[in-house]
Design a protein around this ligand. Structure first.
Ligand code: BES
Ligand code: ZN
Length: 980
């Protein structure tokens, strides 16, 4: 996802509707502008030596405390006397490193996995008889051999006496398991077994256990390179030396791969960390460092403050040689940024956004940020865009590193969006967490809404709320009109099912319905409800009903629940039909589905906050109930037109009788500025989708958009270009593609002439975006003068070092890759390999896919499995080839041919594989290719986290085939009429 999104971000335009749903799944691609820096008192801190003063005192049971201290002390002085009573890690008292000791347990562990069937526990969810309260984690990752040795001590309460204790453990060997009772006596074990499939350890006792217990487990595993759990990542430092770091990515279900734990969001507990490392490294954790102790064997141990009550998926630690900048804001709250030495200055923008946003959110949410610090780290290899670990946010580098004169405006805005998104999670998600992953939208939907509020806060002139419909609402609506969509609240159990719901529904539909509710309730009510929700559930868990209760301030959730249940429990969304008969408008609703004339088995109805405006400028609103009664409203006979769903704040489409569509169309051609940009975008979006669903004559839709060359606002123009992009993708393997191109060249020329290749100082943020969109699309579609001009700019830059506007990099590089010499492509490829600036690398990655030389495209595809492309970037390379009409088929063949490798490399990470499946199949629109794909997926139905994407891809291809058969003639005729 993150990869594909970055790709679209560069194009600064949505891809065709059928691929933008997932590409967009994680918000805007757009940028940011340079601001004067905040973050007063910023200091650079090199090298990573920190305070070693305060030694935290243990405040719990004596023997536990001794053991805990002993573990650390052993490293320092290697002398610990034997203990009188059984206790966790009792064998620690040797002169060797504790972790070697751990591996050489004298108590013989029961056999692991002695082919036990059935397992003592057979459910993917843990039993709730035992509840963890605190964890002490001890880890020693060896960054040379990649071996990790560790132990964990978990204090827990037995709620119901039981002989069985189940917790999670994945891809590790348990070398010792011991459980102590409240008086620190070892409880006799019958056996323990690892259930690899369920990623659980089952511990069976001889007798029932009860009361307080202490679970002590020693374990070993390998620091993996798969971007999940506790994994390794590498970069080359300023001296050309390859450096390794050890870092974590736990969401959704990989904390269990780093230490045995109760890895469900509902099991909140406190966490302490002791990290053993070589002296050149340092460690970051969710909480501040308390002390560092040296040992005689040239290792050091970092000890951290205990966390607040939190879920396992939010725990994080990073062992690295990164440099940092820190600063202290209001009463001792410490903020810091961390990156490889040569990149630390590129964190300045993110640092500034962090500084500006954290206190803004404290006011906005009405709840103080509760931790003593907030750090942000730029990780060289990272699966998602960023991860909101509490107090230690980790980022993919391109989503956080900003370099003036290199990073584009779209990338800048994206950085602001990502930072404000992850910061929003510190309240929504971290302080209050969903009870279970079925309510993931409470996390992601909320953060995906608030990221706009947070970014808007410091950039009023970016028009973030207008962009919202483009990147969130349109994206979500494009996916939610498919039968293969799913409700916001979705039943998920297995890790791969959980990974699959990090999609446009949880993010963009979630964000859109929150915006709809805010518009309905009013800002004040909305914010006071949020505050109630956060206060009531802080340090705990909540579900959707808890949110409705807080927002309505009623125990049963009142009207809010009644309305919102229809949006979260049901899949899809409605089309509201407003049919006018003189002074009366009759209103009805039905589910909007792309499948022409299809009526789903289950009839769905929504409670819809309907708003509308008429040509007198009068705004009105009403609520449509979900009782199928229909309703009517009065309208003056003098009214020429009316438009429903103001600013597209509602998650529904509106259809009208032909008369009204034609009057709206007339108004757009005479004076489009009567409508706001968001209203124009919403008319265009609705008209296109209604035509695709067979509910509106395509000629009406196309005519409605024919005013567009007079528009100069980014939001409606981007909407139209994205909807036309779909038409282009459908036609790209037909002779009519030429007609399509000619029409597009014609409309693009108008803006191209207005905007040109030179950015003007007075250009607004969105005008700058528009220029990039228009020129990029012109180049991609082979617009001759656009390409010729771009190649002049490219050659001047390449040969004579003449610089050009940084935001125009993508269209310039794309033109050179597309229509330049082979040596130009090679030049870009070399630059891709050698550039030290990640934002530059990312733009080039997209542009390399523009080539029209098929053998180069094959070569580019092949590169994803050699060392030249990082695992995290594979999706972007494939996406850039697949988006090229010439590359679409090669990309799909490449995916089929290498399916097993893709599955093995990407099948368990959340986004990439699904996005690759989507981008490689989205242009399939012929029956013969559909059948081939169907057969392929019948034979390869397991795609791990991408499995859900297969059914979506199949439905989309089927719709494409039907679309082309049905609409080809009409579209051809219309294009013909426009270009002659
Ligand atoms: N919590 C997610 C990261 C994540 C996603 C972890 C999927 C595990 C699986 C994070 O808050 C997120 O949503 N990041 C987005 C960026 C955001 C601006 C939409 C991303 O990764 O692109
Ligand atoms: Zn998020």
């Amino acid at each position: 996802m993150a990869t594909d999104r970055s790709y679209r971000q560069l194009k600064n335009i949505q891809d065709d509707d059928f691929s933008d749903e997932e590409n967009n799944a994680f918000a805007p691609l757009a940028g940011h502008q340079q601001q004067s820096s905040g973050g007063g008192g910023t200091t650079t801190f090199r090298g990573g030596k920190r305070s070693q003063s305060t030694v935290r005192s243990c405040g719990r049971g004596r023997s536990t405390c001794i053991v805990f201290a002993a573990l650390i002390l052993v490293l320092a002085i290697a002398v610990v006397s034997s203990f009188a009573r059984p206790r966790c890690s009792r064998d620690v008292g040797s002169t060797t490193n504790i972790y070697t000791t751990v591996a050489q347990q004298t108590t013989k562990p029961p056999p692991i996995n002695p082919t036990p069937s059935p397992w003592p526990w057979n459910s993917v969810r843990l039993p709730t008889d035992v509840i963890p309260t605190s964890y002490r984690i001890f880890l020693h990752p060896n960054l040379t051999t990649y071996d990790v040795t560790g132990s964990v001590i978990i204090n827990a309460m037995v709620q119901n006496p039981t002989k069985l204790l189940v917790l999670h453990a994945k891809n590790m060997t348990l070398s010792k398991v011991e459980v102590l009772d409240a008086s620190k006596q070892s409880i006799p074990l019958d056996k323990y077994v690892l259930n690899e499939k369920l990623e659980q350890a089952d511990i069976v006792f001889v007798n029932e256990i009860e009361g307080e217990i202490e679970i002590c487990i020693n374990f070993t595993y390998v620091l993996n390179d798969g971007l999940a759990g506790f994994y390794r990542s590498t970069y080359v430092d300023e001296n050309g030396v390859t450096k390794t770091i050890a870092t974590t990515q736990f969401e959704a279900s990989d904390a269990r791969a780093a230490f045995p734990c109760f890895d469900e969001p509902g099991f909140k507990a406190t966490f302490e960390l002791n990290m053993v490392r070589e002296p050149q490294y340092h460690t970051l954790f969710n909480m501040p460092l308390v002390s560092t102790t040296s040992s005689s064997d040239n290792l050091e141990v970092d000890v951290f403050e205990k966390s607040l009550n939190m879920s396992t998926y939010l725990v994080a630690f990073v062992v690295s040689e990164f440099e940092n900048k820190t600063s202290t804001i209001r009463d001792g709250l410490k903020i810091g940024v961390h990156a490889p030495g040569r990149q630390i200055d590129e964190m300045d923008l993110a640092f500034e956004v962090l500084n500006k946003t954290i206190q803004f959110y404290e006011d906005y949410f009405g709840v103080a940020y509760p931790l003593p610090k907030q750090d942000m780290v730029a990780i060289p290899d990272f699966s998602a865009g960023a991860m909101e670990n509490w107090g230690l946010i980790t980022y993919r580098q391109v989503d956080v590193l900003y370099k003036e004169h290199v990073t584009t405006l779209q990338q800048q805005q994206r950085i602001s969006i990502v930072v404000t998104h992850e910061l929003a999670h510190q309240w929504f998600g971290n302080l209050v967490t969903m009870k279970w992953w079925n309510d993931l939208w409470l996390n992601e939907g909320f953060a995906s809404y608030v990221e706009y509020v947070g970014t808007d806060n410091w950039n009023k002139d970016w028009h973030m709320m207008d962009q919202f419909i483009l990147y969130a609402t349109h994206t979500a609506m494009a996916m939610d009109c498919l039968e293969s969509s799913h409700p916001i609240s979705v039943n998920v159990q297995e890790p791969s099912q959980i990974a699959a719901v990090f999609d446009a529904i949880s993010y963009d539909k979630g964000a859109s319905i929150i915006r709809m509710l805010e518009a309905y309730l009013g800002k004040e009510k909305f914010l006071s409800g949020l505050k109630r929700y956060l206060n009531k559930h802080e340090y705990g868990n909540a579900d959707s009903d808890d949110l409705w209760k807080a927002l309505s301030n009623q125990d049963d959730g009142g009207e809010v629940k009644k309305m919102m249940d229809t949006w979260t429990i049901q899949q899809g969304y409605p089309v509201v039909t407003m049919s006018r008969d003189n002074e009366k408008i009759t209103i009805s609703q039905k589910q909007f589905l792309l499948k022409d004339g299809y009526t789903p088995e289950k009839k769905s109805l929504w409670v819809i906050p309907l708003t509308y405006i008429d040509d007198s400028g009068k705004k009105n609103s009403t609520v449509i109930q979900n009782d199928d009664q229909g309703s009517t409203i009065e309208i003056a006979s003098s009214v020429k037109w009316f438009k429903g769903n103001l600013e597209q704040a509602g998650f529904y489409r509106v259809n009208y009788t032909e008369n009204n569509w034609n009057s709206l169309s007339d108004q757009l051609s005479t004076d489009h500025t009567v409508f706001t940009p968001a209203d124009r975008a919403s008319l265009i979006d609705d008209a296109h989708y209604l035509a695709r669903a067979g509910m509106l004559d395509y000629n009406i839709t196309l005519n409605l958009g024919s005013y567009i060359a007079n528009d100069d606002d980014y939001v409606p123009i981007s909407t139209l270009l994205a909807r036309f992009r779909y038409i282009g993708v459908m036609l790209q393997k037909t002779g009519d593609y030429l007609l399509y191109k000619k029409y597009m060249w014609k409309i693009l020329t108008t803006w191209k002439n207005k905007l040109n290749w030179n950015e003007k100082k007075e250009d607004s943020h969105l005008t700058k975006f528009l220029r990039v969109s228009v020129l990029s699309l012109a180049v991609e579609l082979g617009h001759e003068s656009a390409i010729a001009e771009a190649i002049v700019i490219f050659n001047d830059w390449k040969n004579n070092n003449v610089s050009f506007d940084v935001n125009l990099k993508y269209p310039v590089y794309c033109a050179a890759a597309r229509n330049g010499f082979e040596s130009d492509w090679e030049f870009l490829w070399d630059r891709y390999q050698t550039t030290k600036v990640v934002s530059e690398k990312t733009v080039i990655m997209s542009a390399l896919g523009c080539t029209t030389d098929i053998s180069i495209l094959y070569r580019y595809l092949d590169s994803v499995f050699d060392d030249s492309v990082r695992l995290q970037d594979i999706g972007q390379v494939i996406g850039s080839v697949a988006a090229n009409p010439i590359g679409a088929r090669p990309a799909w063949l490449f995916l089929m041919k290498n399916w097993d490798t893709f599955l093995q490399k990407l099948g368990s990470t959340s986004f990439s594989f699904g996005n690759i499946i989507s981008s490689c199949t989205s242009s399939i629109a012929s029956n013969i290719e559909y059948k081939e794909a169907k057969q392929f997926f019948d034979d390869h139905s397991d795609a791990g986290s991408g499995t859900r994407e297969i059914s979506k891809a199949l439905e989309k291809m089927e719709l494409n085939v039907k679309w082309l058969t049905k609409n080809k003639k009409t579209i051809r005729k219309w294009f013909f009429s426009q270009i002659n």
